[in-house]
Design a protein around this ligand. Structure first.
Ligand SMILES: NC(=O)c1ccc[n+]([C@@H]2O[C@H](COP(=O)([O-])OP(=O)(O)OC[C@H]3O[C@@H](n4cnc5c(N)ncnc54)[C@H](OP(=O)(O)O)[C@@H]3O)[C@@H](O)[C@H]2O)c1
Length: 407
């Protein structure tokens, strides 16, 4: 990467709900124009100026770039070592930016949870990004850092303590509190819309190995859970977890990109814990209602229009008080190669989707700009792009804790 660039990081989308949180975090944590050189960017100078006025100060530089204008994107990416983008839905606005980053050897991180679009970026740019020693890193928010870095961390721990791989990891969401933004809802709708229109996209979305390299899309894992069942590993009722659709595929891509360091027979799944006994079962159905509604709301249907009406619009999301009162608690039930069991936890200190996500994305960008990183390039996952350096930042700065218990 060219070291002689004006900035370490440009945050593109800083006028949006999540982009503002990322900029606010960078400003509070790293100041402006000190050790970290960074700028904010977007398509609307009035909005960007008011972001500067409200939460930053006039020393933070401002850059204009529109997703429809490749020249503005090229000029922007040439100025920085890393682009950190919250301009979504990525399937709508993101492709030209990835092209510009790959061409100009600028590292990139985003919050994409849109499986169909990540697949497209892999097919179009993985080889070229690899040749250009450029890291294009998707899913650096709640989807999929806690899952991807959680599994990476567990594999390190089992190797160090037992000299074994974790052969099966079952992630269970034990608790989470937060809300949804208009941008995230629009992105979820975009996945449903494209998968409904195009059979090939639908196949990618439902394939458990849909983000693996072509020719390596099989393994022991099956589709994500879509019903309420009793789970022996956690001794509890479990139901679907909305983000499993992206997280599990990112974890499996990490395994493939790391030359199957978790093993060719590695298995991974995710679900939501709802508790024991009849109450746990009832709670399981209750928790699954929003997931089923969102998944079954066909484009143009009355249900979809109703959900559009009640959920936040682009630019809106949970307020500061709710973000700060939020949290998440993820449990990982582990089976090692010799059949013995272990347990791990990943805990986050703010609401998953925004408070915590903004810190994870910002720290990923700083990590790409400043840290010593694994020798990997291409369209990557957080763990394969940043490994231990990111783990360290998440624990020190982003409010995540990782714990492992050998039992
Ligand atoms: N993975 C996760 O855990 C996670 C968590 C949170 C969010 N997300 C994702 O992050 C993305 C952003 O969410 P959000 O709630 O922050 O959305 P948002 O508030 O709607 O913000 C979208 C941003 O994109 C900008 N934009 C729109 N069209 C543009 C164009 N043509 N050129 C340049 N910029 C353009 C908007 O600029 P204007 O202000 O000028 O309109 C705004 O800054 C979504 O895809 C969402 O799914 C993921």
């Amino acid at each position: 990467m060219n070291q002689l660039r004006d900035y370490d990081i440009i945050v593109w989308g800083a006028s949006g709900f999540t982009g503002k949180l990322v900029a606010e975090y960078l400003f509070k944590k790293y100041g402006s124009n000190k050790n970290l050189k960074w700028a904010i960017a977007g398509r609307n100078s009035l909005k960007l100026n008011s972001v500067r006025k409200d939460i930053l100060d006039s020393t933070v530089p401002l850059i204009l770039a529109d997703s429809n204008d490749s020249q503005s994107l090229n000029e922007m990416v040439k100025k920085t070592k890393v682009i950190c983008t919250t301009v979504g839905p990525y399937a709508k606005y993101g492709s030209k930016l990835v092209a510009a980053c790959v061409e100009n050897k600028t590292h990139y991180c985003d919050l994409a949870g849109e499986v169909q679009w990540i697949r497209k970026m892999i097919d179009q740019y993985h080889k070229e990004a690899k040749n250009n020693n450029t890291k294009i890193v998707n899913s650096c928010g709640f989807d999929s850092i806690p899952s991807d870095m959680g599994v990476y961390y567990i594999q390190k721990q089992t190797r160090a303590s037992k000299n074994q791989r974790a052969k099966l990891i079952e992630m269970r969401v034990a608790g989470a509190k937060g809300g949804i933004s208009g941008g995230t809802y629009e992105s979820l709708s975009k996945v449903n819309e494209e998968a409904n229109k195009d059979k090939e996209i639908f196949k990618v979305v439902i394939n458990p190995y849909g983000l693996n390299p072509i020719g390596e899309q099989d393994g022991l894992d099956r589709s994500d859970l879509r019903k309420i069942i009793y789970d022996k590993s956690s001794n509890s009722w479990i139901g679907p977890f909305m983000m499993a659709a992206i997280n599990t595929k990112i974890v499996r891509r990490s395994n493939a990109l790391s030359n199957y360091s978790y093993g060719k027979d590695f298995m991974y799944n995710e679900a939501t814990l709802s508790g024991k006994g009849i109450l746990g079962k009832i709670k399981g159905y209750f928790l699954a209602i929003p997931v089923f509604l969102l998944m079954s709301a066909k484009p143009g249907s009355i249900l979809k229009k109703f959900i559009d009406f009640i959920l936040p619009k682009p630019g809106e999301g949970p307020n500061k008080k709710d973000r700060e009162a939020g949290f998440y608690n993820l449990r990982f039930y582990i089976t090692l190669e010799d059949g013995s069991k272990a347990f791990a936890k990943v805990i986050g200190d703010m609401d998953p989707g925004y408070g915590s996500t903004a810190k994870m994305l910002a720290e990923s960008a700083v990590c790409l700009a400043k840290d010593e990183l694994p020798d990997s390039s291409g369209v990557l996952t957080p763990s394969t792009a940043m490994g231990d350096a990111l783990l360290d930042r998440l624990e020190k700065n982003a409010g995540l804790s990782f714990n492992f218990n050998n039992k």
